[in-house]
Design a binder for this molecule. Structure first.
Ligand code: V47
Length: 360
């Protein structure tokens, strides 16, 4: 059914047609082959089987409540030390002001992430969620990576269960991916030694899923990780998904080196970006959705990624900070019209969705 210029892909093609799970060796081949179009055709086959000719997007708004962070990961251009130039923490009044600026915009999801700021107690997070819920009762709040959730619990001397319960009661709907970067103790040691380790991240996510909070998962690629570490990361996520079923979407995050301690590293190429989308679609057979995050790979490549396994373009965003502070050249936000055009001109039907992939 498929013909490949790299004949080694025949074996993977057969597995995909039979719906068989790929193993680590297959995953390595998907990354290492030069037959990008072959890998893309396979991933597109899986995408079509799951989603037909639909591709999703959401009307969302990003809010970054603080960039003060004690982790100081080497890949991050967003974080600042407390009291240094450019450090900020939004007050609840600031958040109200942001929401009022966009009061006429259609927004179905508010995406909230920030740094680990020890000055913020549980009261702040509760007030943040409650304020947003009051002003935008119909928007889902997708907030706080597992790294933030673990920090909020630790910093407030509360158990994880109590923390999640409080945040849920205040309006938390789901949590974004992010924070795991690449689950590898070698990479962690080099790039983010202060951050919780992979095991703690996985335990936190499992606790969230068991408490009924759905989450996304990501992988930050294109820095010092090996192909084997990428494959292991994906397989580790797949194992947790087998256990909990609580992951919604997977989002490969293309590293942006500018203004980071890793500015000497060349950013991932288009080939690598597309391979990460396709590898995710092929390896993560128990994830419903693969997002092409246009902010990181650019609008044009994100559109192509819709033929390489991605079924979702994320959202309108309005104003993105984390990637733009690291040199992203993509737009800061897109209109619904632009997103629909990107999808329809890729030959697919645009479906505006809510946070849980229900059509709006
Ligand atoms: O965890 C930080 C990454 C993440 C850089 O769940 C960087 O729907 C590239 O997780 N270059 C936050 N990446 C963003 C994130 C996300 C984005 C879109 C959608 C969703 C979702 C989640 O950004 C961090 C980190 O892995 N990051 N710095 C950088 N220089």
């Amino acid at each position: 059914m498929f013909s490949f210029s790299d004949k080694r892909l025949d074996k993977i093609g057969k597995k995909i047609i039979k719906g068989e799970r790929l193993n680590a060796k297959d995953g390595l081949l998907v990354y290492n082959t030069h037959d990008l179009l072959g890998v893309g055709r396979l991933a597109d086959y899986v995408r079509k089987k799951l989603h037909g000719n639909k591709a999703y997007y959401i009307s969302n708004l990003h809010i970054n409540y603080t960039n003060v962070c004690i982790n100081r990961c080497l890949f991050c251009a967003f974080a600042r030390d407390k009291g240094t130039q450019g450090a900020f923490t939004l007050s609840i009044e600031d958040v109200k002001k942001i929401l009022s600026e966009y009061k006429d915009a259609s927004i179905n999801e508010i995406h909230i992430v920030g740094g680990l700021n020890p000055a913020l107690g549980m009261d702040y997070y509760i007030e943040l969620l409650e304020t947003i819920k009051k002003i935008r009762p119909f928007a889902a709040i997708k907030a706080f990576t597992a790294v933030e959730i673990e920090f909020i619990a630790r910093n407030s001397n509360l158990s994880m269960d109590e923390t999640i319960e409080k945040l849920k009661k205040a309006g938390l709907s789901m949590t974004p991916g992010g924070g795991a970067e690449v689950i590898s103790s070698r990479v962690r040691e080099k790039l983010f030694p202060a951050k919780i380790d992979g095991k703690k991240w996985l335990d936190t996510v499992e606790t969230l899923h068991n408490a009924g909070i759905v989450s996304n998962a990501t992988m930050l690629y294109g820095h010092v990780e090996t192909t084997r570490e990428r494959v292991d990361h994906l397989i580790t996520l797949r194992e947790l998904q087998d256990k909990t079923g609580g992951f919604s979407a997977f989002i490969p995050l293309s590293f942006h080196p500018e203004n980071t301690k890793l500015s000497h590293i060349s950013p991932p190429t288009a080939i690598d970006d597309l391979k990460n989308i396709a590898a995710a679609r092929l390896i993560l057979d128990n994830f419903d959705h693969i997002k092409a995050y246009w902010v990181m790979i650019g609008e044009k490549l994100a559109q192509i990624a819709l033929s390489f396994g991605a079924d979702d373009l994320d959202g309108t965003i309005i104003e993105e900070k984390i990637t733009h502070m690291a040199g992203a050249k993509s737009a800061k936000g897109l209109t619904q019209k632009q997103m629909r055009h990107m999808i329809s001109s890729a030959g697919l039907i645009p479906v505006e969705r809510d946070s849980f992939y229900m059509p709006v």
